[in-house]
Design a protein around this ligand. Structure first.
Ligand code: ATP
Length: 320
């Protein structure tokens, strides 16, 4: 393979730039040309390509966001859109494609592979950690660290005023950001889409912790359950404690990637290009048991994300 394309798609995630760099540098190492596609599938459909050189990716390993920009593109869901994307690929002599994105982006990649025979490799770039086949997705670690920074600050002020803090983190269907941020920050309670909650039980837990000498409480709620504002209002109706909502919001998506995410980016990008170099497509890369892996894209996309109940129980036992 002599010429490959590269795009970032869906919600952006810290570490996408480091992955772009790893893909470009590895490809150049193997004597391959790389075209960066701007604005994800939208740019692929519209033919927005830029040649990527060694120095195109200088000084970006530490930057959040994505230099190629990203987009949600409804046209890619249609046959016409997909055909236009394939036309761009063929017209520019692109022989393989690297797609950095989440579950939705992988579905687009799967169609290009399966229905149009374009060798495609997916790199899991999403803060949500919602892909079952990989232990971690790119950007998750940084997003959780951003949450921790904010929760630490909230804990200071909540303790001074003996308040209950309800903090909304991202996660429409997957509670991993709440789970990991909860354990690592010492939050007393997490409310996630995967597990039913009882507000009465939560009030009981708060009362028990106060009786045990606690001066504040942190409750993390994933956005998919309800907003922090709505949850705080419900809770306030049932308790005399002062309840304050905070939504962390898009801050979670930004910032310089952590060491863990830069390491993933380097290894994911490198593996993706090595696969294409060997003429292998239709796969996704990931990490399992601390080893970089790759697997069939169709299989990966069909796997249902499971929630780590053991970690959830750990939180319940140690945070009180
Ligand atoms: P995140 O996890 O951050 O939300 P994502 O990749 O899952 O990232 P989506 O918005 O679901 O984000 O998908 C990104 C893009 O992938 C969509 O805007 C669309 O262009 C393409 N896409 C999603 N689903 C499909 C599909 N079933 N077929 C073809 N293309 C798709």
């Amino acid at each position: 393979m002599k010429r490959i394309g590269l795009l970032t798609s869906g919600g952006d995630a810290p570490g996408m730039n480091a992955a772009i760099r790893a893909v470009v540098r590895t490809a150049i190492y193997y004597g391959m040309e790389v075209f960066g596609v701007e604005r994800g599938y939208a740019g692929l459909i519209e033919g927005q390509l830029i040649p990527m050189e060694m120095r195109s990716v200088s000084n970006i390993v530490q930057c959040g966001g994505t230099r190629l920009r990203s987009a949600r593109c409804m046209e890619m869901l249609t046959k016409e859109g997909q055909e236009k994307a394939v036309e761009t690929i063929k017209k520019n002599g692109i022989e393989g494609l690297v797609v950095i994105g989440g579950d939705g982006s992988f579905r687009g990649a799967k169609i290009l592979s399966e229905q149009y025979g374009i060798p495609t490799i997916g790199i899991p770039g999403t803060i949500d950690n919602d892909l079952e086949y990989t232990d971690y997705t790119l950007g998750f670690d940084t997003a959780v660290n951003t949450c921790l920074d904010i929760i630490n600050k909230l804990r200071d002020t909540m303790t001074s005023h003996e308040r209950v803090s309800v903090v909304e983190v991202m996660g429409r269907h997957c509670g991993d950001i709440a789970l990991y941020s909860g354990i690592a920050s010492g939050a007393e309670i997490i409310v996630v889409p995967e597990i039913e909650f009882s507000i009465e039980d939560i009030v009981e837990r708060i009362k028990r912790s106060r009786a045990n000498g606690k001066h504040s409480n942190i409750i993390l709620i994933a956005e998919g359950v309800m907003s922090a504002e709505k949850f705080a209002t419900k809770l306030q109706e049932l308790t005399s404690y002062d309840v304050r909502p905070t939504c962390i919001g898009h801050v979670q998506r930004g910032g310089s990637p952590s060491m863990a995410d830069r390491m993933l980016a380097a290894q994911f990008g490198n593996r993706a290009v090595r696969l294409l170099k060997d003429g292998i497509g239709n796969r996704v890369v990931g990490i399992r048991d601390n080893k970089i892996i790759d697997m069939d894209i169709i299989e990966a996309v069909s796997m249902k994300k499971t929630f780590d109940r053991e970690l959830y129980e750990t939180l319940q036992m140690i945070s009180m």
